[in-house]
Design a protein around this ligand. Structure first.
Ligand SMILES: NC(=O)c1ccc[n+]([C@@H]2O[C@H](COP(=O)([O-])OP(=O)(O)OC[C@H]3O[C@@H](n4cnc5c(N)ncnc54)[C@H](OP(=O)(O)O)[C@@H]3O)[C@@H](O)[C@H]2O)c1
Length: 269
C-alpha cells in the first residue's frame, strides 16, 4: 500500500480497538481495486468521541469513519444528518465527511447481516427469530429482519428496558411483524441471532440457553473474533445449522468502500 498526501484516509473508531478487522478488509479491497484509500483503527474512549468528531470536520483528506463498539448510539448526535434508517434505528456505523466538512451518518449493520444470510441461501421471510441483544448492531439487525419479512421477532437482552425500546421501535415501523420481549429460551424459534458482545472475551457465557437448541434451527453469530464462539460450538453440538459473524462484514464491505473510498472525482480534496 502506497499512502501519500493524496490518499483518502478513513478510520474505524472503537474502544478497545485491538480486535477490529474492518481496516484490514477495507484496505485489501481498495488495494485490489487500485483505489487510493487507507483505513486505520483508532482506539477512542467515550470521552474522546466528541473531540474526535470536531477535529474530523476540519481534516480535508479524511473521508470519514466506521463506528463500532461502544460508540454507535452516541455518534448519532454528533452527525449533521442521518439516513432515514439510521434515524429510525437511533445508531450509526459509518460516518461520511463531505468536502464541506459536514458529517452524514448511516447504519449498514442490518443490511450486511441480512445480505450475509441471503448470500448463504438462508430463508428469512415468514421465520420466527430470537434476537439476543439490544445495542446498535441488534437494533439495525432487528429493522433489517423486519424489513425482510420475518413473521415474529423476539428480543432478549440483559437490560430489559433496552429490549423493550427495540421492540417498540420495530412495532412502530413494521406493524405487521409480531415483535416482543422474550426470555433466552430458543426452543420455539427457527433462527437465533447473537447480537450481544458476549463471545468476544474468552470465558463469556453464551447469550441464550444453549441446552434448548436443536437440529433444524439456524444459529447466527455476529461476533467475528473469535470466529467460533461458545454459542457456535454449542449450536453445532446440538445439530443446528450455523452462520458465522464474518458474513455480516463481508456483505457490507462493498457499501463501506463506496462511502469512504469514493472514486477520485468524488474524493475529498
Ligand atoms: N460481524 C459484524 O460485521 C459486526 C458488526 C457490528 C458489530 N459486531 C459485533 O456485535 C457486538 C455488539 O455490537 P454493538 O455495536 O451492538 O454493541 P453495543 O451497542 O455496545 O451493544 C452491546 C449489547 O451486548 C449486551 N451485552 C454486553 N455485555 C454483556 C454482558 N456481559 N452480558 C450480557 N449482555 C451483554 C448489551 O446488553 P445491555 O443492553 O444490557 O447493555 C447490548 O445488548 C460486538 O461484539 C461487535 O463486535 C459485529
Amino acid at each position: 500500500m502506497n499512502v501519500s498526501g493524496k490518499t483518502a484516509i478513513c478510520f474505524t473508531l472503537a474502544h478497545p480497538a485491538s480486535h477490529v478487522r474492518t481496516p484490514a478488509a477495507f484496505n485489501a479491497v481498495c488495494q485490489q481495486r487500485g483505489t487510493d484509500a487507507a483505513m486505520v483503527a483508532l482506539d477512542v474512549p467515550a470521552c474522546g468521541l466528541a473531540p474526535f468528531f470536531a477535529v474530523l470536520r476540519g481534516l480535508a483528506n479524511v473521508t470519514g469513519a466506521v463506528i463500532t463498539v461502544p460508540h454507535k448510539t452516541a455518534a448519532t448526535s454528533l452527525c449533521d444528518d442521518l439516513s432515514p434508517r439510521a434515524q429510525a434505528i437511533g445508531a450509526v456505523n459509518v460516518v461520511r465527511r463531505r468536502s464541506d466538512g459536514s458529517l452524514h451518518g448511516d447504519m449498514l449493520d442490518g443490511v450486511g447481516f441480512v445480505g450475509g444470510l441471503r448470500g448463504a441461501d438462508h430463508a428469512i421471510e415468514g421465520r420466527n427469530v430470537l434476537l439476543a441483544g439490544a445495542g446498535g448492531a441488534a437494533r439495525a439487525i432487528a429493522f433489517a429482519l423486519a424489513e425482510a419479512g420475518v413473521a415474529r421477532l423476539a428480543v432478549c437482552n440483559r437490560t430489559q428496558s433496552h429490549a423493550l425500546d427495540v421492540v417498540e421501535r420495530v412495532r412502530r415501523a413494521f406493524p405487521n411483524v409480531a415483535a416482543c420481549v422474550a426470555t433466552a429460551d430458543p426452543d420455539s424459534f427457527d433462527i437465533i441471532v447473537n447480537a450481544t458482545s458476549l463471545g468476544l472475551k474468552n470465558g463469556d457465557p453464551p447469550p441464550i440457553d444453549v441446552s434448548r437448541l436443536r437440529a433444524g434451527q439456524l444459529v447466527a453469530e455476529i461476533i467475528m473474533q473469535p470466529e467460533r464462539t461458545a454459542l457456535i460450538v454449542a449450536a453445532e453440538a446440538a445439530g443446528a445449522r450455523i452462520h458465522l459473524g464474518k458474513a455480516m462484514l463481508e456483505a457490507q464491505l462493498d457499501l463501506i468502500v463506496e462511502l469512504l473510498a469514493p472514486p477520485p472525482a468524488e474524493a475529498a480534496p
